[in-house]
Design a protein around this ligand. Sequence first.
Ligand code: FAD
Length: 187
Amino acid sequence: MLCYTSPLFICALGTWLSARGCIKLSQFSMQRVFLSLQVIQRFGVAAVGFYRFKGLIEDVGSLDQVATRLGVDVEVLRQLIHSYQEAADAGEDQFGKVVFPTAFSEQDHFYVAFITPSLHYCMGGLEITSSGQVLKAGQTKKPVPGLYAAGEVTGGVHGANRLGGNSLLECVVYGRIAGHHAAHSTQ
Ligand SMILES: Cc1cc2nc3c(=O)[nH]c(=O)nc-3n(C[C@H](O)[C@H](O)[C@H](O)COP(=O)(O)OP(=O)(O)OC[C@H]3O[C@@H](n4cnc5c(N)ncnc54)[C@H](O)[C@@H]3O)c2cc1C
């Protein structure tokens, strides 16, 4: 991910909080991402095809073309790729990232996207029991008779940092649990 203000950074595997924090440091809400063909293949060609169909990811080509499209000096991109590879070889980058699933090369075929933070998942909401029954706010945390909840309206299942991709699983699991208990509730 490239920040519009210096220093440029890549923190692709950081938590949502650190990525959003980096973006918030910038005065620009839109940021830029560039991906190599190897990254696209690992991420999933079908998923990327959908994003390209929607016009969210562009097939740009060479690093020079990426620089033109993103409005960045190509030397800056070269240096960034070099630093990334150095960190990959060392096993850790300046952000503490220790997983480098793909290698970058200046000769890659590149794709770019413009991104901005948006509401994706609420890490907060009604507190529920393991049966999906809603608890009252405050110290006592008594169950609210006859009120069950699941999904986005509930908070705390994943703690303070959401595990990516797990919301729909949570919706199904707690939806079934809450529905079962609601159907058998006598209150
Ligand atoms: C762009 C995007 C991508 C995502 N990708 C993933 C992913 O890959 N994997 C994953 O696990 N999760 C993903 N999520 C998160 C996941 O989609 C949501 O957490 C999940 O759909 C929430 O389901 P829900 O039924 O709890 O809430 P919602 O889907 O928000 O359903 C709530 C419903 O209640 C209705 N409603 C609201 N107010 C009222 C009212 N007063 N009266 C009647 N009806 C009302 C709304 O119209 C809506 O239909 C993504 C979210 C976004 C935004």
